[in-house]
Design a protein around this ligand. Sequence first.
Ligand SMILES: [Zn+2]
Length: 483
Amino acid sequence: MGPGRVRIAGDGPSGVTAGAGRFLRDSRYGPDGFRPGRWRGTSRPSKPFRGMYFASHFHNYYHDAPIPEIERYVEDLALWGFNTLTVWFDMHHFNGMADPRAQEMVKRLCGLLGAAKRVGMRTSLSMLGNEAYADSPRELRADVTGLWAFGVELCASKPAAVERMLGWFDETFAAFAAVQPDYLTIGPYDQGGCVCEGCRPWGGNGFLKMSRAIAPVFRRHSPDGKIILATWLFDFDRHVHKGDWDGLVRALDKEPPWFDMILAGTHNGRLSDYLQKHPVPGGLPLIGFPEISMRGMTPWGGFGANPEPAHLQGVWKEWGPRVVGGFPYSEGIYEDINKAIVSQFYWSDRPAEETIREYVAYEYAPSAVEPVLEAIRLLEANQERSWKGGDFTLPRTTLVMSKDHGAARARKLLQEAEAGLPAAVQSSWRWRVLMLRGLIDEALFAADGVPTGATDPLFAELIRLYHAENAEPDVRPPTRNPQ
Ligand SMILES: [Zn+2]
């Protein structure tokens, strides 16, 4: 365009938002004012499905933070090019849809999905194939022996249970009518499943029957909606999950798929064994489900930011050529850098380090790029830690830290970078979660993994940033004093 003008255009609203994000990140903001980014041209995303999954449970950030704050965060993610937001109305927390807490959660999730729609994103619901409320009828419950389950799930081989679940799901989809979700992801395990005679192998049998029955219920509410069949943990345990993939392949031999895409994922980040050797069943598009929140650290986010560029780059090498996109699993805001990295994998296969450079220059300051990049390498090398005996009830236990790859140096680099940041950036949550990680790691290594009086205020600040005052232990930074 002419002098003093920049035009940002896109194929659709989310493209315009992503273009605006690129422009904002390319621009510079200094004491001498605003200097617009110089990049001109056309950029098209290589992956069409660029999703984000907010897990809203355990009183984590998405469960408890003020809704306007999360809405703002949704906008930030759209600026990075994410075009789909998915949420889960986790029924096991509630006694039916009439439960006031269920109503409050519906309101919260509709608010977040509404915010996503306003910036051009598509919306998506996730659920379990045999999900149920806390007060589900005991006689209709599933046999969850050996499974990760809430224990309230129902059995897909009991006709009354199927009828009950479909009724609940119909009610749930109706509750989200205002945002009319574009996608529904139906998950088999973790939580969920049933290992009774009629349902097993759950992933290759009972789960498929349920998802086949759920699909038309969803489409009654979202006529153009697409169904994503999740295969999370398919064949994961050779005793309880055996035969999941085989069952799915056999089902698709018999009839065309009743779903549109397949989601896959495993805890270790690798492509499932089955997909390493076989094409995607039914030739369907594959969606990834990368883990960006939990690796090597419990509580999740409990020590501050967890940037893991090297790990994510390795995972992407395997998944990138196979998927049409995916949605990372997010427990909070502390993995914001990981989200940016994944957004750019989906957009243009961009190397993680390049994305971090852009992130740091924009969110912190151009002068911070080199020291922060080096600090992040050290923080990632030091990420793995565990609690003695697996119990993180403080003050009864201590942490087992990995070999120290330079925690003190990471903290020093972050403080050097901090000295050049504007005051508003120094106090921003994006900077504080990273700086706190540097301070906490150094203190923990120095004290052989024992949280001390020095770490308590650091953890307490994280709790404030995450709105985690009422959070469950898995997502609450570990102060020695629970209050
Ligand atoms: Zn069953």
